[in-house]
Design a protein around this ligand. Structure first.
Ligand code: DAH
Length: 344
């Protein structure tokens, strides 16, 4: 075994590697030179035959050649891999910008759309937007809004009670006390929220639905102020002047209490499917805040007064979209939901 053997092997490797065109061929070359029965191993095995005075130089040269072969094979491998990926991209046209785009997009829930619209309208009229808890105390949900224990009005709202004596709020009115304490005695606040009632489900009743509550408190507030804000809201929502009427109602937290009806924006009062041929839509329970409610929130009813109102978002969606079953709104049925995009 002589030094010239090493040089010969190097030349043959240079030649071999220059011709490699695939990873498979590269692997063949690797085995030929670096494999267990490869040429480098072959040379090493014959180290014994090298004359003593040449051993050192011989050893260095073999090592240098081995390193060179390893490096060049690795470099070539990376090059071939990159080429292969580029070819795959080209073949699969991964980045074909000319392909038509799938235009199916999601949409907001119709209740979310209505809520945003109504909240924006009140915001523009200077109302603060607040939030409420879904789990509430009996005090906040009932007592603080003038519904003491055993009051018959509790039967109007079948309640989901929790084992710790708290409840799932049955009305957004549950936040009145906290909000009046925080912002009163002079304030304009709305607070949308999800409410729960232990109801038998049918086309008109859900056990989970969405309301918006509003309170306005100050000095010398009158029913005329209440009507003004409601009409302004309806005008912004339906994009036209809407006539309203008040009927006497009953709510423990307001005195007097009213049911506010809006002249049907679809038939103008002539009678249609949406208003059940009555010409009017029952829209907004409301009234002047009961002095007890103000007192319990630390506001002196001799000095201040105000009004409160509730709005049902589910009902508004049903009116706007002519939907006749409230249960669709919690159904998560995409076939139904996707139809609202164009209707809202
Ligand atoms: N809390 C009532 C309900 O859920 C709605 C309501 C009626 C709210 C009259 C009010 C109001 O603020 O004044 O049925």
């Amino acid at each position: 075994m002589e030094l010239s053997n090493i040089t010969e092997n190097e030349k043959s490797f240079d030649c071999d590697i220059s011709k490699v065109a695939s990873l498979a061929e590269l692997e063949e070359i690797r085995l030929k030179y670096l494999g267990k029965k490869g040429l480098i191993q072959d040379i090493m095995a014959k180290f014994r035959e090298v004359p003593v005075e040449q051993k050192r130089e011989f050893g260095q040269k073999v090592n240098a050649l081995k390193n060179k072969i390893e490096t060049e094979i690795e470099n070539k491998k990376q090059l071939l891999l990159t080429e292969q990926i580029n070819k795959e991209i080209e073949n699969t046209k991964m980045f074909d910008y000319s392909l038509p785009v799938d235009t199916k997009t999601g949409s907001l829930h119709p209740r979310t759309i209505i809520q945003k619209q109504v909240v924006d309208i009140f915001k523009n009229m200077g109302f603060v937007v607040e939030d409420g808890n879904e789990v509430e105390t009996e005090y906040n949900n009932f007592e603080s809004v003038n519904v003491p224990k055993n009051h018959p009005a509790r039967d109007m709202q079948d309640t989901f009670w929790l084992s710790n004596g708290e409840l799932l709020k049955t009305q957004t009115s549950a936040a009145q006390n906290r909000i009046l304490r925080t912002y009163g005695p002079v304030c304009k606040v709305i607070f949308p929220g999800r409410v729960f009632r232990n109801e038998q489900l049918d086309a008109r009743h859900e056990n989970t639905f969405f309301q918006l509550e509003g309170v306005v408190v100050g000095k010398n507030i009158t029913v005329a102020n209440l009507i003004y804000f409601e009409k302004a809201m309806l005008k912004a929502l339906f994009k036209k002047d809407i006539e309203v009427r008040l009927r006497p109602g009953f709510f423990p937290f307001t005195e007097p209490s009213y049911e506010m009806d809006a002249k049907c924006p679809f038939c103008g009062g002539k009678g249609c499917h949406t208003c059940g041929n009555s010409g009017w839509l029952e829209l907004c329970p409301c009234g002047m805040i009961h002095p007890n409610v103000l007192k319990m929130a630390g506001i002196d009813p001799e000095e201040y007064n105000g009004f409160a109102f509730g709005l049902g978002f589910d009902r508004l969606v049903m009116i706007r979209t002519n939907l006749d079953d409230i249960r669709y709104l919690n159904s998560n049925n995409l076939k139904v939901m996707s139809q609202f995009k164009t209707k809202m």
